[in-house]
Design a protein around this ligand. Structure first.
Ligand code: FPP
Length: 249
């Protein structure tokens, strides 16, 4: 199948933060004549491969959109199965996180998760909190509008109490009141399964991100697909509103 994209990746021009909308588990399962949860189970294999590839390359932050606020509207059986899958994956993969010096972080409304999932997440984030390699950020019960609304409410409270005035508001203050306050903005956002949507994910943070869409369904996503996305990213010119001549030198 030709040469690997891994050799093509320029280690000096890696995106610091890659975010992924993992999509297509249900369609993958349906194509194989199986239940949707079969797709999610196989999605875990893609998660493992992607996390390993990103850590090996030296990516600093990898964010995975694992469960959105809107996903609570799915059938109860699918939600329950996804929650169990999260717990069992954390059980089986914590050792891998430790062995690879990966720190697990969560963003999202943890309060809305079933307590067994919440406490499992808490235990794993605590256990890995001393790891200083890649940060693996799981977005769980997350939506960007929820996060922005929450930030606005907390800033409004500070204004009401006189701690801040409206003149103090600026972009940094907003960034610092988001769930991602300690996480740099993603430089590369990947969405699988041939859908061209952002689906309420990191809307503030992706202001300058490069977007990469692939038809690959998430359970089929492997290391080579991540390398291909990074190579594609590295071949783009990022101008941040400037003109070409200003950024080339
Ligand atoms: C999107 O596919 C995928 C999800 C909503 C869940 C993602 C969860 C996993 C990959 C498993 C657990 C994850 C971790 C991090 C342990 P979809 O169901 O929307 O697929 P469809 O669009 O084809 O219906």
């Amino acid at each position: 199948m030709g040469t690997s994209n891994k050799e093509q990746v320029d280690r000096n021009k890696l995106p610091k933060h890659i975010a992924i909308i993992m999509d297509g588990n249900g369609r993958w399962a349906k194509k194989k004549g199986n239940e949707r949860i079969f797709g999610h189970k196989n999605g875990v294999k893609a998660v493992r491969d992607t996390v390993e590839a990103a850590a090996e390359l030296g990516i600093s932050f990898l964010t995975l959109y694992a469960f959105s606020t809107e996903n609570w509207n799915r059938p109860r059986t699918e939600i329950d199965a996804l929650m169990s899958l999260l717990v069992s994956t954390l059980d089986s993969e914590t050792k891998t996180l430790m062995d690879n010096n990966i720190r697990l972080i969560t963003i999202g409304d943890m309060e809305s998760l079933p307590s067994r999932v919440r406490s499992k997440m808490q235990r794993t984030t605590e256990k890995t909190s001393g790891n200083d390699g890649m940060r693996l950020v799981l977005a769980l019960s997350y939506s960007s509008r929820w996060e922005l609304l929450d930030a606005m409410k907390s800033l409004a409270k500070k204004i009401e109490s006189g701690e801040l005035t409206s003149r103090d508001l600026n972009c940094d203050l907003i960034s610092n009141n988001l769930q991602t306050k300690d996480i740099p903005d993603p430089e590369l956002l990947i969405r699988t399964s041939g859908e061209y949507r952002i689906s309420n994910f990191l809307l503030w943070q992706i202001a300058y991100a490069e977007l990469y869409f692939t038809d690959t369904l998430w359970p089929d996503f492997r290391k080579e697909d991540l390398y291909a996305a990074i190579c594609n990213f590295q071949n783009r010119e990022r101008r941040f509103g400037k003109i070409s001549e200003q950024v080339i030198s």
